[in-house]
Design a binder for this molecule. Structure first.
Ligand code: KIV
Length: 272
């Protein structure tokens, strides 16, 4: 299929809506730093997510819970400085929006002001509706996130597939409608059955972006380091890798070490 949005100079939430209507899939990847974001933007990727997966990928934590708003702002500002075309969405970290909609708005405003991002993303449905509504009233676009919501890992107790049972599936469908009606511009569906994700996608008018949610969503997202094969020992069924950059980087570094130790680097042309 031809890409319909290649002439777009800046991807906006409206462009994503148009992509859903025209049946063009949305491609989203994470980035947390200037160099990677520059590469991503140059490829014309539709959306760059400064995910709180930075807690795992950049900071080495087991969960996404420890990352702070200040840290997310540093990552997001670095990404935004590199990006001209892609829509930049920033995750609101754990503890910055749950249970207090005024805090949620203040956190979202900090992200928008201090990073120049285009939108924020937060996890959950009805339970965070007040926060979503308050953020939206300030004119800040909100991306929802349902299914496996990693900030709730201590409630779930596992990273297994969500909403495999009827009651949780019904709740998820209900929440998808709640987020759409509230005014979210898109919805991430993480690690849920493909059939359920396709049903949600057909029932709501805003784009859905899946991760481990099958091919029936309006778009896909992966964590950059996972799909590049940099992350070690993380091989969920849904992950397709597009390279062995972990190995390539290690090999390059081994070669460098060898060159230094053997006095092969620098050579005559590489000195003044
Ligand atoms: O933080 C993240 O990277 C995410 C994606 C996996 C959707 O939320």
């Amino acid at each position: 299929m031809a890409y319909l949005q290649t002439d777009v100079t800046k991807v906006t939430t409206h462009v994503l809506q148009r992509m859903k209507l025209q049946g063009e899939k949305i491609a989203m990847l994470t980035a947390y730093d200037y160099s990677m974001a520059k590469l991503l933007d140059n490829t014309k990727i539709d959306v760059i997510l400064v995910g709180d997966s930075a807690a795992n990928v950049m900071e080495g934590y087991d969960t996404t819970l420890p990352i702070t708003l200040d840290e997310m702002i540093v990552y997001a500002a670095s990404v935004k400085r590199a990006v001209k075309r892609s829509l930049v969405v920033v995750d609101m970290p754990f503890g910055t929006y749950q249970g207090n909609s005024k805090l949620a708005l203040a956190s979202a405003i900090r992200i928008m002001k201090e990073t120049g991002a285009d939108a924020i993303k937060l996890e959950g449905g009805e339970e965070v509706l007040e926060s979503i509504c308050r953020i939206l009233t300030a004119g800040i676009p909100v991306m929802g996130h349902l299914g496996l919501t990693p900030q709730s890992i201590n409630k779930f107790g596992t990273y297994a597939v969500r909403a495999t049972q009827d009651d949780e599936a019904k709740q998820l469908i209900h929440n998808a409608h709640v987020l759409e009606e509230a005014g979210c511009f898109a919805l991430v569906l993480e690690k849920i059955p493909a059939k359920l994700a396709a049903q949600v996608t057909n029932e709501i008018k805003i784009p859905t972006i899946g991760i481990g949610a099958g091919n029936g969503t309006d778009g896909q997202v992966l964590v950059l380091q996972d799909m590049l094969g940099i992350t070690q020992q993380f091989k969920p069924r849904y992950l397709r890798t597009y390279g062995t950059f972990g190995e390539d980087i290690s090999n390059a570094i081994r070669q460098y070490i060898g060159d230094v130790k053997s006095c092969n680097f620098p050579n005559e042309k590489e000195q003044y």
